[in-house]
Design a binder for this molecule. Sequence first.
Ligand SMILES: [Zn+2]
Length: 622
Amino acid sequence: MQPLRHHLAAAAILLLAAPAAAAPPKVAPILAEARDSASYARPAEARVTHVALDLAADFAARRLSGTATLDLQASPAAREIVLDSKGLAVRSVRDGAGRPLPFAFGASDPEKGAALTVRLNGARRIRIDYSSAADAEALQWLTPAQTAGKRHPFLFSQGQPTLNRSWIPTQDSPGIRQTWEARITVPEPLGAVMSGERLTPKGERAGPGRRAFRFRMDKPVAPYLIALAVGDLAFQRLGPRTGVYAEPATIRAAAAELVDTEKMVAAAERLYGPYRWGRYDMIVLPPAFPYGGMENPTLTFLTPTFIAGDRSLVGLVAHELSHSWSGNLVTNAVWADSWLNEGVTSYFENRIMEALYGPARASQEAALSWADMEAAFAELGRDAPGTRLHDPSDAEASGIVYDKGATFLRTLERTVGRQRFDAWLRSYFDRHAFEPMTSQRFLADLRATLVRGDRALEERLQLDRWVYAPGLPDNAARPDPAAFARVDAALAAFDAGGGAAAVPYAGWTTAERLRFLNGLPRTLPQPRLAELDRALGLTAGTNAETLFAWLQLALANRYAPAVPAAERFLLSQGRTKFVAPLFKTLLAQGEWGRPIAERLYAKARPGYHSVTTGRVDKLMKP
Ligand SMILES: [Zn+2]
């Protein structure tokens, strides 16, 4: 462990001498001050440094079975190592020479799972023979009917934030970085991909009817970033180091939507330094994927709902790509600091959008993000603890960790000037590459390398208020008021009784359409809703973001003609961001909405991931 003080003292020198891309450390440091309450691990005594998986995917039993071989670093006095686990069936634990080691599970917690404690007897390598449970939270086993192609089953994993312990017995804490390798066997003709170097793209024979795929990640990563997908996969090259995997039924639309990816990687590098992960590929998953995207290293996982046909939702790709720096390279050590991953990334995403598509589009998207932040303040209360960047009480409030976080960085940029800010952020990624990060350390770095004793600047920035206090400091960088001038004028005209046919919706960008739909009065009479629907073609819309915005308004006003579209939408995708709010809106409509919500949820629930059902199950309780 590197003492914090020494590290920061060296920072000013490193700023000038930072190598273009330092080699990743073999064993990444752990921060003593970052205590992860979501993990049982005691890394100061014994920690995992490398994970080697050898697992077979069994679609009939919905299990991954095989071995995890863990390399450890332990103090000489360490008698045992504590791992995280959830629902794992462990058959044996052995040392490097094959001798059995005693192990025991602690009490099981519904969130954290159970500690798996292994007596080391001096071992520094242990091999765990185990299976995941059929209901492992990280794993989604899709039937052929739940895929786009309808012919083969599909499996994908989602590790963030603490789900990987349901299929990998390791120390599942973002501050404990680990290198890894894996061999995964799957039934033919399926293929497997993982979030590391894909060593055998076509696989190798592995007994009758099965193929094995091997992977390697030689850079230490947070364990939530180990990810697997298995299915009938096609691949389309996009550029020298970029490409996309998807089911054959989806690959063409996916590749067309992602045509700018190589340019995005180049733009990101020009902004904040080298992309250090080799390839940047993506996989477009079946519609049950609960997130918009997941930044698994070398292989972003994407929802198919970003495919709009006009590349209007590729901000999502810019976002996941940005995580290759903020999140994967420099990682929140504990989830209470997830703004360090998401807020920095949301800012970075917007800079990529500006570089590729120009300042007008970027300022529109920044203005939407500001509105999401304002919505979070309105929902949580401006002075509620949930509106703090560090340790918000409701970490699911994306308006805070994403949008207030991005606003903080934008405020820093405007205060010190873009050139100086960009140089700092780039050097921050260099200085802390492959390291965990905390709010405290982030602020210390800012002070040591950007503020550098300038008292007037320190006062203007209000750093502690931004990170530790609720609400919004008064120096916040506001969005460009001109970004939506045309839309706001149309909203005002409609508000004043103007007809929907006068709204120039067809000529607007997706951001402008969202601004309009979200800016309409929340209570509208049925004839006005019908008029909007007819003139703008809202219920028939296919862009997931604008359809969602419309359905939120329509269902909140008990507009029955939108219910069939809501049903189609809720049954055709399982993205939590869309699904949970729509059910919430229906349920808020009491005797009108609850029966609809119950009917739709009964149909849709089997196709959803546990991340989504976990949220909606809670909402559905009377
Ligand atoms: Zn993100």
